[in-house]
Design a protein around this ligand. Structure first.
Ligand SMILES: Cc1cc2nc3c(=O)[nH]c(=O)nc-3n(C[C@H](O)[C@H](O)[C@H](O)COP(=O)(O)OP(=O)(O)OC[C@H]3O[C@@H](n4cnc5c(N)ncnc54)[C@H](O)[C@@H]3O)c2cc1C
Length: 863
């Protein structure tokens, strides 16, 4: 049997470590010297960061069921004890945000938190072995031996040597593990501030407040409701300038409470055992030695001000457990384990320092502290009032850790500077490597169901978030799935495209969409039967925005001119940057970032052609983007053939044709094949033949629809209407004509195999579309068409049928190949120059405008 990991201590830190390891599938034993489980409330505040950890561990729901929000504090005037002096929140709730959904601490007695963790641990077959005390440790090279003493009924003892792969010492402030590894525990004990507490039912006291009776410089009595039902309170007496240890006697405790609070009317029932506690503020010099690690109070012990200790303890274990698990399974080098000390020690040391400061607000030292304020001053710490957002522990970070890698271009900070912000973090700044990963709600899985990053993150598997704004499979590009097995790494491909909403930024903005490597240029020599096809970089300008206060000042035009200097190949630009424009863009930087090498760029204009044509390479030239191919061939349903009317005739119903509707995924899959078919088309000289003007156009160019370029149009329609409201996903995004021999698109595509020639020879006819919902009349706009004279009429009829069902009034092709256009026109479709959405191109090569043909100038490549 393999050596287990031995966890010493069944408190919150030990249980968290054991649960996390069990979820990793690592054999684990957990021992506790106590003969029975803790039944005391002790630490009760669960900070947002801990609640997030509980989500990942799967215990959050149970915690929510039992916990309550931290009630407001209510202080009473003395003598008397009934007149309210003031009411306030000990810790303000902060506004939640998508990245930080949990912004309020919850309150749950420690014994309940432990019981939930134990329950979940039990589901992995692991029970806390009570009455089992660690007494010694012998470190070995491959394992470590723990000597434990088991208490038997009748007072006998039994010694067992447990050979463990690692030991995690979560045995609390008085634990033995720390001593056995020779760690120091520097700090202070507040001998003058002993506390006695118990859980007791009190009749006649509201459970909606955390009640306080305070004699400044003498005592503080607190009664905190433990849940939002029943009448049990955690009552504590904090002694000032006297040691309350005598109050461990129940009768004396009750008498003290009644006398000092003046609340003789409050009746105590079912008082639990009393505990005595002195605040300690101490931290170790090391968190590990060999195969032994310290977590929780065993390593750092805090006062109860600000509710930090137990939270820091749980997070120690969460940080350590996955590292131990990977090392245990041989999936990571042992070196990884050293990062536990490197990462956590600065954090806990700083929590302790902050906590020591907060401690001064735990007791009222003098009566001036209690000057009764009807409205406590906002943003001000004070007696039992914490105004430090760091207490939520959401800003705890590990930016200096050796296993954290950020972009090299990020400004490098000194390691000590980074460590100094381990606890306070960088509130308000963006997320960087080493920070807590934020949540992202409302993500859609491919099956359309909703999820969030927090539902995806798990403690037993790494999650790589591969952002693929243009549909490029970054995870595959980085080799993530090849390098790491699925039990170590889950890859989440975030495919949402960068839809640009209303831009609020103060600066003029243009957004470029970079379908890098997804454009082709084909050049042919006169008389040749083949064309040379090259893959090139090209850009589509997705949006151009100028805040209203900056309009009509020439900024936008200047910005668009500068854009050429960012996108174009260097050889397409004048030798010198216009002097009056100031400093030129840094070409080296742009090239290293993979831009500054485009063969062409395109944009789609609703503001006419002149503005973009005049946005040239310098202030005088009119050699900017030129409108090309902005036609539309459309069908508009008239009143007789209203959208609700049934189709009058449909060639698609002819049984000899195998026409299938396409889902979003099927369209995307088809685009991959279509890219090859387009490449094949371009390898032959222009197929337009009949159009004499094409003879001149020896250079053809196009974007390709795969790698997310075409899919973007569907995603955008699914996700946002023009007012950025999400639309219900539709199920039909196109139609394909399949061979009679197959019944589904996947079958048809599977029959191709890897052979390009075979694929090209069997190109499928299909049409895909999106919906323009921003128009007066809902319009079905074709994004991509591949058809011949036989299949095109079928597709036209099928589109009409879909349009009727979707209550669409118009169908439009933004570009139609001349041969197909004549077929459509013969059936009553109308062709006209478009008045908006004008397609414009800026060519960064030597060819003249009239030598160029923008083929497949359809909606698919429109951003
Ligand atoms: C009486 C008391 C009152 C507290 N009140 C508050 C409070 O009001 N607010 C607050 O924030 N924090 C409070 N704390 C601190 C808080 O409880 C701790 O921060 C938290 O419990 C730390 O969890 P842990 O798992 O690291 O250690 P612990 O909860 O202390 O658990 C350690 C466990 O290890 C076991 N153990 C010890 N030695 C051995 C051994 N040699 N072999 C096997 N098992 C061993 C113990 O029996 C215990 O179950 C209090 C602590 C105590 C003890």
């Amino acid at each position: 049997m393999p050596s287990p990991v031995l966890v010493v201590g069944g408190g919150p830190s030990g249980l968290t470590a054991a649960l996390s390891l069990a979820q990793h599938g690592v054999p684990v034993r957990i021992i506790d010297k106590a003969d029975a489980f803790n039944v005391e409330s002790r630490a009760h505040a669960l900070q947002p960061r801990t609640l997030e950890v509980f989500i990942f561990l799967g215990v959050h729901r149970d915690v929510l069921n039992l916990s309550r929000t931290v009630p407001p504090m209510r202080e009473y005037k003395l003598p008397g004890g009934t007149e309210v002096a003031r009411t306030w929140k000990i810790l303000e709730k902060l506004e939640p945000s998508p990245g930080r959904p949990l912004r309020e601490a919850l309150s749950l007695g420690q014994c309940f938190t432990e019981s939930i963790l134990r329950d979940h641990l039990g589901r992995y077959g692991v029970q806390v072995e009570l009455g089992t005390e660690l007494v010694d440790i012998q470190q070995g090279t491959e394992t470590v031996t723990a000597t434990v003493k088991r208490h038997r009924q009748g007072g006998s003892e039994e010694i067992e040597d447990i050979q463990a792969a690692y030991i995690i010492g979560g045995d609390g402030g008085k634990g033995r593990t720390r001593k056995l590894i020779g760690a120091t525990f520097e700090g202070q004990t507040k001998d003058s501030d002993g506390q006695v507490f118990t859980d007791v039912k009190i009749e006649g006291l509201s459970i909606h407040y955390w009640h306080i009776w305070s004699g400044p410089g003498k005592f503080t009595i607190l009664a905190r409701p433990v849940s939002d039902a029943g009448s049990t309170f955690n009552v504590s007496v904090i002694g000032q300038n006297f040691d309350p240890v005598d109050l461990l006697d129940r009768q004396k405790f009750k008498e003290f409470f009644h006398k000092k609070s003046g609340r003789l009317d409050l009746v105590f029932k079912d008082m639990k055992s009393l505990s005595y506690w002195k605040p300690n503020m101490r931290v170790v010099n090391k968190l590990s030695e060999g195969r032994v690690f310290l977590v929780g109070d065993a390593a750092h012990i805090h006062s109860n001000a600000g509710g930090q200790g137990m939270n820091a303890s749980i997070q120690d274990s969460f940080n350590l457990a996955w590292k131990v698990a990977l090392a245990y399974k041989g999936q990571a080098a042992e070196d990884l384990l050293s990062t536990y000390h490197i990462e956590r020690l600065p954090v806990v040391a700083q929590i302790l320092a902050a906590n020591s400061h907060l401690y001064t607000h735990l007791v009222q030292k003098k009566s001036s502290d209690v000057e009764i304020e009807a409205t406590p001053r906002a943003n001000k710490d004070g007696f039992l009032r914490w105004r430090n957002d760091a207490l939520f522990q959401l800003d705890v970070n590990y930016r200096w850790s050796p296993i954290v890698m950020d972009e090299p271009a990020r400004d490098k900070k000194d390691e000590d500077d980074l460590k100094a912000r381990a606890y306070q973090g960088y509130p308000g700044e963006g997320v960087r490597a080493g920070d807590r990963a934020p949540d992202a709600p409302a993500l859609l899985r491919t099956d359309g169901t909703e999820t969030s990053l927090f539902s995806i993150f798990k403690p037993y598997i790494h999650t790589a978030l591969a952002f693929s704004p243009c549909g490029v499979d970054t995870a595959a590009a980085l080799g993530l799935t090849e390098t790491y097995s699925a039990d170590i790494l889950q890859v989440v491909r975030l495919k949402r495209h960068g839809v640009v909403g209303p831009v609020e930024a103060g600066n003029d903005t243009s957004t470029c969409y970079d379908p890098n490597g997804t454009a082709l240029v084909a050049s042919s020599q006169t008389g040749s039967t083949t064309s040379e096809v090259q893959e090139v970089t090209a850009y589509g300008v997705a949006s151009v925005f100028t805040p209203s206060r900056n309009r009509k000042k020439g900024y936008a035009r200047h910005m668009m001119r500068l854009l050429h200097w960012v996108l174009a190949r260097r050889s397409a630009l004048p030798p010198t940057f216009p002097k009056e424009w100031g400093t030129p863009p840094d070409q080296k930087m742009l090239q290293s970032a993979g831009v500054a090498n485009a063969q062409f760029s395109v944009l789609y204009s609703d503001i006419g052609s002149e503005f973009y044509r005049s946005s040239g390479l310098d202030a005088l030239s009119h050699n900017g983007w030129c409108v090309a191919g902005s036609t539309e061939t459309s069908w508009t349903f008239d009143t007789e053939a209203s959208p609700s009317s049934p189709p009058q005739s449909s060639d698609a119903t002819t049984p000899s044709h195998n026409v299938k509707h396409l889902t979003q995924d099927e369209v995307t899959a088809l685009y991959d094949y279509d890219a090859d078919w387009i490449r094949d088309d371009l390898s032959r000289p222009s197929a337009t033949g009949s159009d004499a003007s094409q003879a001149l156009r020896a250079t053809r160019f196009t974007f390709l629809p795969h790698k997310g370029v075409g899919g973007f149009n569907i995603s955008r329609t699914v996700q946002f209407a023009p007012d950025l409201q999400p639309l219900m996903p539709l199920s039909r995004w196109g139609v394909v004509v399949l061979p009679q021999s197959v019944s589904t698109l996947p079958d048809a595509l599977a029959s191709y195999g890897p052979d390009f020639e075979a694929k090209a020879a069997k190109a499928l006819s299909f049409v895909s579309w999106t919906f323009d919902t921003g128009r007066k009349q809902k319009t079905l706009v074709v994004t991509r068409l591949r058809a011949d004279e036989d299949t095109f009429p079928l597709l036209l009829e099928e589109m009409k049928a879909v349009a009727r069902e979707e209550k669409v009034r118009k169908i439009g092709f933004w570009y139609l190949h001349p041969q197909l256009r004549s077929i459509a026109e013969a059936k009553g479709w109308k062709t006209a120059e478009r008045e908006d959405h004008l397609s414009a191109v800026k060519w960064y090569g030597d060819e003249r405008e009239e030598e160029l043909e923008w083929v497949y100038n359809e909606k698919f490549c429109w951003c």
